[in-house]
Design a protein around this ligand. Structure first.
Ligand SMILES: [Zn+2]
Length: 533
């Protein structure tokens, strides 16, 4: 080894920065610069930490999301990017405070749980009461006859899980016969519990629903639910409609404990102290950032990710990571590609979790953008690197996607499965709000990292779940795609795939994914009063 080479080797070992290998398929200087900025000067970690830890969850209608909207605007403006909060409606204003749930008898234990979104608290005091299990009733009038027994008590409305061990744990360690027996028992219990709820004539919805509201009218102390997410320590925590008494979600383990104590007449009492505040109707906003196009200002390339979240965790992977992907991509673009050919617009949507409301409202309010949309890239399924990119049912445009992807460095592109022609999103996330108009809107699909079980809408959707290399990959890819779509000499054609495959097609009806006809647009909800489950 020559002296110089030897010195270089030592320096390379000593250098703190990890130099990522690059295998370009393109000589495009802008792509090279985007790579360098996105991979070696990333701000993704810093931005995600502020959003996730300091701002926290962003339930629509809360001070938390408004603080987040204002932070987005300030962040964009600090980079010299035009940004604004655009009101699209109003929503039930609500502030979450602290929740403390304790088992007081027959023994003391502090329980793991939290108030459901939009639930009343306990009005600044402790509420201590016995528990009662939702009974099996013949019909709604039998429920009403029973209600006097629930007065002043906490009502348990969810099925207790026979086990809080995830199935993969059973599969790994369980005797196959006992695993099968447990599953059969659980299936039967689930069916019976669902029938028990249905017989009341009310529904739990995603939380405590109309049943919770009816129990509240009967003067219960509160409603106790548990929506286990089939993994260690995870519950999905949604909303309630109890505005006078608390609705809380308990962990799988602690709900089971309270349920068994109640079922076996072992005298459980719970003490709940929960703070929350109703703030009346408040305005709700999408945050929109724009870099004006220099040659085709009336054609638009959009970056899209919903900004709102459920609020039992930090909303980190749903959809903090999508948010940071778009925010960081725009930071990169403003630095490397500040004079785009077409207008670049970022949409950080609110109200997605209650029905894509922010993006649907934006599309309805901005027909000129829908009309001039060259391409929209949406990301909303967790922290993973992008592995799926579909042409959303646009046939001619499939070729443009292929062309763009062929310009993406192999380190990023090798992970991505392209689907042509693919199928349009009928819902699920905000690209659906644009594709329903026949506008080219694409979803960037991430690898799972057990998103559905562990972070999606759960109490464990927190900063530590971010996979930073994947997040940097996604921001860099998105910046490159936006640049390529903006520079494309062609405006994307909007001709759509054929759905009429006939009844005798051998493959499953949705082998290409998605609906069997082009999805129709849906009116956004611009007011909480329109929101019913
Ligand atoms: Zn989401």
């Amino acid at each position: 080894m020559s002296r110089a080479l030897c010195l270089a080797a030592i320096l390379a070992v000593a250098a703190p920065t990890v130099v990522v290998a690059q295998t370009y398929t393109t000589s495009d200087q802008t792509i090279r610069q985007i790579w360098a900025e996105g991979m070696n000067s990333s701000q993704a970690y810093k931005l995600a930490q502020v959003l996730s830890d300091s701002i926290g969850p962003r339930l629509t209608g809360t001070p938390g999301i408004k603080r987040g909207n204002d932070w987005l605007v300030a962040t964009y403006r600090s980079w010299g990017v035009d940004a604004r909060n655009e009101q699209y409606g109003k929503w039930k204003g609500w502030r979450r405070g602290t929740t403390h749930i304790d088992l007081m008898t027959p023994r003391v234990r502090t329980l793991e749980g939290t108030l459901l979104a939009w639930s009343a608290g306990t009005g600044g005091k402790d509420v201590t009461a016995a528990t009662v299990i939702l009974p099996e009733v013949a019909d709604s009038s039998a429920l009403v006859a029973w209600l006097s027994q629930a007065k002043g008590k906490f009502v348990l409305v969810s099925m207790p899980q026979p086990t809080c061990r995830p199935d993969d744990n059973w599969r790994q360690f369980g005797d196959s016969v006992s695993f099968a027996r447990m599953r059969a028992m659980r299936d039967t219990a689930t069916t019976r519990w669902n029938a028990r709820v249905t017989a009341t004539g009310y529904a739990l919805g995603l939380g405590t629903g109309t049943l919770g509201k009816r129990l509240q009218e009967a003067g219960v102390a509160g409603v106790i639910a548990s929506r286990w997410s089939n993994g260690w320590g995870v519950n999905k925590v949604f909303d309630s409609r109890t505005d006078k008494v608390p609705s809380v979600d308990l962990s799988c383990e602690d709900y089971g404990l309270v349920y068994r104590l109640t079922e076996n007449n072992q005298g459980p009492t719970l003490r709940v102290r929960a703070e929350s505040e109703f703030l009346g109707d408040v305005p709700v906003f999408n945050t929109i950032a724009t870099i004006k196009g220099s040659q085709k200002p009336d054609e638009y390339v959009m970056l899209s990710a919903h900004f709102d979240s459920w609020d039992a965790g930090s909303g980190t992977t749903d959809n903090g990571t999508g948010t940071i992907t778009m925010l960081e991509a725009l930071r990169i673009l403003k630095k490397i590609y500040p004079n785009p050919k077409r207008t670049i617009v970022v949409g950080h949507w609110s109200g997605e979790e209650q029905g894509l409301n922010g993006s649907r409202a934006f599309a309805a309010d901005h027909p000129e953008i829908v009309k001039g949309l060259q391409a929209l890239f949406n990301q909303d399924n967790g922290t993973g690197r992008i592995v799926n990119f579909s042409a959303s049912g646009f046939t001619t445009a499939s070729g443009n996607l292929a062309k763009w992807m062929s310009n993406i460095p192999a380190e990023i592109a090798r992970n991505v499965n392209l689907s042509f022609p693919g199928a349009p999103a009928g819902g699920g996330s905000d690209n659906a709000s644009f594709v329903c108009y026949g506008a080219p809107a694409f979803g960037l699909g991430a690898t799972s990292w057990d998103y559905g079980t562990y972070t999606w809408h759960t109490n464990r959707d927190t900063f530590d779940k971010i996979v930073l290399d994947d997040l940097k990959n996604n921001a860099t890819l998105t910046a490159m795609l936006v640049y390529l779509a903006s520079e494309d000499p062609e405006t994307l054609a909007r001709d759509k795939r054929v759905f009429d495959q006939g009844p005798d097609v051998r493959r499953p009806a949705n082998a290409l994914g998605g609906p069997q006809s082009w999805p129709a647009c849906t009116e956004p909800l611009r007011d909480y009063s329109q929101y019913r489950r």
